[in-house]
Design a protein around this ligand. Structure first.
Ligand SMILES: C[S@@+](CC[C@H](N)C(=O)[O-])C[C@H]1O[C@@H](n2cnc3c(N)ncnc32)[C@H](O)[C@@H]1O
Length: 236
């Protein structure tokens, strides 16, 4: 099956339970406060791979004009049920249906690893951003040593029982270049795509709070992951 079809199929299925998994829709007030610091000026913002629209809705509540784009109809149905103020649109993060320099900011959370052509995608995000605007990438490091792999395996066994789903099911992901995401890879990608000023913030504290509220298996599966925000500023 063509990779984009597998991606759509996987996320359509995942949309049913996506918001229940830890770290997806937890602590909206914490995220709102973080987003208000990242996007301190009101503007037009694109949430790429918006999923169930968690960030898009918060940004809209903060007074921005927000467009959320996603490849999965299942995800978009969930997102549309949450807000009438956000314009949710079906589309591909690697081929954006928007004019050059049409957004003040682009944000994407937990999306880069899902893309077959991350460099093409980030170049597109650069293209649609206005000069002096920014592209914000929120993601985790997936690099693991042997002990981390064992912990992750046992944790995922528990998650399979708790969530009644197969956490290893993203078979298409094995073919993806950012599958083993790291902060270094993310930094290089932003630089290669034209961003001169790239800043990083550690937000592992958000994950720690989320995991404190979840069972042992989630803590085990995610214990070794770091969590970061990258901001790439587009020069004037
Ligand atoms: C892990 S979810 C993240 C959802 C949301 N950003 C969040 O933070 O909760 C990844 C999302 O990226 C979407 N996605 C994957 N490939 C995409 C592509 N090529 N274009 C647009 N969306 C894509 C999936 O459908 C899914 O909704």
């Amino acid at each position: 099956m063509e990779i984009k079809k597998s991606v759509k199929k996987y996320w359509d299925e995942r949309s049913r339970s996506y918001d229940c998994s830890p770290g997806h829709a937890d602590m909206p007030e914490v995220w709102k406060s973080l987003l208000s610091r990242i996007f301190s000026r009101k503007g037009r913002i694109l949430d790429v791979g918006t999923g169930t629209g968690f960030l898009a809705v918060l940004l809209s509540e903060l007074g921005h004009e927000v467009v959320g784009i996603d490849i999965s109809i299942g995800m978009l149905k969930k997102a549309r049920s949450k807000s009438k103020d956000v314009h949710f649109k079906l589309g591909d993060a690697e081929n954006l249906p928007f004019a050059d320099e049409s957004f003040d900011g682009v944000v994407c959370r937990h999306v880069l690893w899902t893309l077959p052509n991350p460099e093409k995608a980030v170049s597109e995000w650069y293209r649609v951003t206005k000069p002096d605007g920014k592209v914000v990438i929120i993601d985790s490091s997936y690099q693991k040593n042997t002990i981390d792999r064992v912990k992750s395996f046992v944790g995922k066994l528990g998650i399979a029982v708790i969530e009644k789903r197969n956490p290893w099911k993203t078979s298409y992901a094995k073919k993806l270049p950012m599958r083993n995401m790291s902060a270094e890879k993310c930094f290089s990608l932003l630089k290669e795509c034209g961003f001169k000023d790239v800043r990083v913030h550690d937000i592992s504290w958000i994950r720690e709070i989320v995991l404190r509220r979840r069972s042992f298996f989630y803590r085990l599966a995610w214990s070794s992951k770091s969590y970061f925000v990258f901001e790439g500023l587009k020069e004037v």
